[in-house]
Structure formats: C-alpha cells, structure tokens
Design a protein around this ligand. Structure first.
Ligand SMILES: Cc1cc2nc3c(=O)[nH]c(=O)nc-3n(C[C@H](O)[C@H](O)[C@H](O)COP(=O)(O)O)c2cc1C
Length: 198
C-alpha cells in the first residue's frame, strides 16, 4: 500500500455506537450517554450513533445454542440488534453499577450477539458511588470473551445522584469536569478502532 493510500485508509470514517446500559424508568444513564454522543460526534473522522436498549426489548436469552457456535437467531428484535452491532466499528458502553456489576439488561444485550462484537474495541462511561468502576471491571472480562479489545481509558462519574436536580434533569455543566477523560478515552478508542478495522 502506498503512503497516500495508507493516509486515506486512516481517514476512513469510524462508526462508534454508544450503548445506553440502563432501561429503568427515571434512569440516569441517558444523560451521560447523550453527553458522550455529542463529544464523539465532534471527534474527527467519527460517525456516532446512540443505541438505547429501550428500543431493543429482547427476551432474556432464549436461543437453544450459543452464538459463538451457531449464528442463527430466532428473535426478531435480537436480529435487529445484531445488525446494529455488526454495522459499528467500535463501542462506548454507558453503564450503571447494580450490586457491583453491570445491569442485567446490558449483560443480556451483550450475550445477544457474538461475531458482531468480535475484533472491535470497547470503551466505558460508568457511574455510581465509585464511578461504576466495579461494573466496568466485570464488563472488561465479558468483552474479552466476546473477542473485543476493552481499552484502558474510561470515564468514571462518581455519585451521579448529585448531578441531577429535583426533576431528575442534569444540572447545567454537570459533566464538564469529565471532558478531559472523555477526550482521552475517545482518542484511544479511535486509535484502536482504526487499527482493528484495518
Ligand atoms: C438494583 C440496583 C443496585 C445498585 N447497586 C449499586 C452498586 O452496587 N454500586 C453503586 O455505586 N450504585 C448502585 N446503585 C445505585 C446506582 O448507581 C444508581 O441508582 C444509578 O442511577 C443507576 O443507574 P441508572 O439510573 O442509569 O439505572 C444501584 C441501583 C440499583 C437500582
């Protein structure tokens, strides 16, 4: 490949899917998800998309096989979910921490694809009393089994309940202190995304 071809290849659009890992009423998760979506959209060479698990109401895993052995899928929503995952080059998972782990709905969504996750990097935006760190550590292990590359840089938002007002809306500029972390995370995700796509 010539140097020019290589440079053009490096400029290819990287599709980043941002996944909201909570579906419960009154959730906090959509706030940091929309925020990181805006940050990702501003990143050079990136096309960002927000995936809300509320739009993919899949059953608890109900196939008679594992997708690592057999890609056949019977649930129509899961099929749409797999197509979305397959179309993305890299992921940001926005995760809560429930009892020191990720939410069940997020783990189920991870289980509901396999090949579509393979060979792609994933970064995490997490929140909770200790910034969702314990959920992220578990998710990194799951990501490795899905043959993904969980990247090191992440955004950890401690005590998110202090960032919303009485109506549950994000207070003005509440996520500004995390902008540097977001930038570092996205830079690393894009770097890994480009290499893995190539
Ligand atoms: C079932 C459940 C378990 C929780 N467990 C933890 C926990 O282990 N650690 C923590 O920091 N926060 C925990 N929390 C508080 C969450 O961090 C907080 O409710 C957060 O807003 C949840 O994310 P969501 O609103 O996007 O669903 C828990 C909340 C729920 C509903």
């Amino acid at each position: 490949m010539t140097k020019t071809n290589m440079a053009n290849k490096n400029k290819e659009i990287l599709k980043i899917a941002i996944i909201i890992g909570s579906t419960r009423p009154g959730r906090f998760g959509d706030k940091p998800a929309k925020w990181i979506y805006e940050e990702a959209k501003r990143t050079d060479g990136v096309e960002a998309e927000l995936l809300d698990l509320r739009d993919y109401p899949m059953p608890f895993y109900a196939e008679d096989h594992s997708f690592s052995m057999n890609p056949a899928v019977s649930d129509q929503t899961a099929e749409k979910w797999q197509a979305k995952i397959g179309a993305a080059d890299a992921f940001v998972i926005v995760t809560p921490e429930y009892n020191h782990g990720p939410s069940a709905v997020l783990k189920n969504a991870l289980d509901y694809a396999y090949r579509e996750w393979n060979d792609k990097p994933v970064a995490f935006v997490a929140y909770g009393s200790v910034g969702g760190a314990r959920a992220v550590e578990q998710l990194r292990l799951v990501a490795i089994e899905l043959q993904m590359a969980p990247i090191r840089n992440a955004v950890h938002i401690p005590a998110p309940w202090f960032l919303v007002d009485g109506k549950g809306d994000l207070k003005p500029n509440a996520l500004d202190p995390f902008k540097d972390a977001a930038k570092n995370m996205l830079e690393q995700l894009v770097r890994w995304g480009r290499v893995m796509k190539r």
